[in-house]
Design a protein around this ligand. Sequence first.
Ligand SMILES: Nc1nc2c(c(=O)[nH]1)N[C@H]1C(S)=C(S)[C@@H](COP(=O)(O)OP(=O)(O)OC[C@H]3O[C@@H](n4cnc5c(N)ncnc54)[C@H](O)[C@@H]3O)O[C@H]1N2
Ligand code: MOO
Length: 505
Amino acid sequence: MGLQGTSRFNRRAVKVSEAQQRVLAAIQPLHTEKAALWQSGGRRLAEKLVATSDWPPFARSGLDGFAIRGADAAQASPEHPVTLRVVDAIAAGQVARERVGPGTAVRIMTGAAVPDGADAVVMLEQTADAELDGQPAVRVKHAAVPGQNVAPPGEEFRRGSALAEPGAVIRPGHIAMLGSFGYAELPVYARPRVAVFATGTELLPVDAPLEPGKIRDSNSAMVAAMVVQYGGEPVVMGTLPDRVDAVVEALTAALAVADCIVTTGGVSVGDYDVMAAILSRLKQQGRNSRQACQNREGAEGTMPVGGEGAESTMPADVEGAKPHDCDAVERFSCDGTLLPEPESAVSPDGEDDSNRSIEAELHSLFQDDSRVLFDKVAMRPGSPTSAMLLGGKPLFALSGNPGACFVGFELFVRPALSRMQGDPEPLPLAVEAELTESIIKGSPHERYVRAKLLMREGRVLAEPLGFGKSSMMASIPEAEALLVVPPGSKGVSSGERVKLIPIQR
Ligand SMILES: Nc1nc2c(c(=O)[nH]1)N[C@H]1C(S)=C(S)[C@@H](COP(=O)(O)OP(=O)(O)OC[C@H]3O[C@@H](n4cnc5c(N)ncnc54)[C@H](O)[C@@H]3O)O[C@H]1N2
Ligand code: MOO
């Protein structure tokens, strides 16, 4: 394959929190657009919106009854009712033609504008129809006070007051408020378009019969569903064989249509782990470019985010940590672009020709602002989970194992999608719960265990689900949280409080 070498083992794990920070530091919110009010639920607002009038906009009756002057019925009681002449009757949406003067009332329905002169509404149940000098009248049988059952203008919102801040998720309540103030369209962040690929020559489409040694591609559809769940638009691009040229071609096509790419599989250290090979080459490019600059300028180079300098804050990872392989030829310019292949590197046999064409394809894939963000994470499952920027767009190379793929998406792709949609705090809030049963198995790295949440006697409990191996999917549908087991040899005991990350259901 030409791209495999010892550098595929040369990966050092970063902590989950560090990996998340690298992702967030590399991503900006997307462009904004307008969405119809009724279609904007769940999207994120791109601007602060304010009340365009006082609310309510007029003094509003809270009941069906009679609008009166409170002072007229201050002493009213069932034994000594007060009789008032009824001068008008209005439904919601109508405005009274008459003012309410001393000794008069207007029959009024819920939501109608309280007429001038009136300052109270008496509910129908506290009145009786009457006549006064042959004219319609009302007997008020309970004492009234000014202001009763009247919502004054601006009671709830003052004109100009903030209704929602940029980045807020638009919830049904926002839609009600914004509709009241005449916002028929809302400025929202664009939904990220996410290209989804599964790599693996063993993969069959979901509608194909099983064949010996092959399995159906379940990750693509799961990832697409998760993209939708977190506000994005998936572009499912199918399965790819474990060949660098095929993957590079597909990634190039994806970059033309998507804001973000998610791949699954091929990210570990195996002979056919094609995503790992691409990551390794991109990393090598960054390293060579820095080396070339240092040599040329005779100065200490500074490492970009995701470079080896950042990694040195971690203890050497026990699995796969090796000194950097610095035997690469300097074929990269100071800005990180690939320089032409030297003539001497090309031999007449077919192997080199094919390498050369792969080099050319990689050259065009690794445009400006292409770099590895991380290529191993100190976690289980999904330690080979990786991320890179390609031409400024994030690519998440998730593990092929379905359980690890799911966890990798929740931990890294979800915050990225939230950031692209303008979320000011894209990392999910961790909460605590009591563990229902011990997790005996220790781990050198943090473990993210799929769990169900239970309420018992007002306490939130977390129940670890069975079938939680990286390769297993049976626990994914039921998972309501990822329970975080700290690194260590002894696991966590039943009854202990554990940190967990809720999953959107
Ligand atoms: N020598 C080593 N081997 C492995 C290591 C290691 O450190 N050294 N890491 C292991 C860990 S941890 C994980 S996780 C897996 C990650 O492997 P990849 O991400 O490269 O994934 P694949 O090898 O392509 O596939 C793994 C597994 O998942 C199945 N798969 C792949 N794609 C799909 C799909 N779209 N739908 C359903 N299932 C899929 C695939 O058939 C494999 O069974 O590597 C370990 N190995
Ligand atoms: O880290 Mo891997 O996902 O355990 O099997």
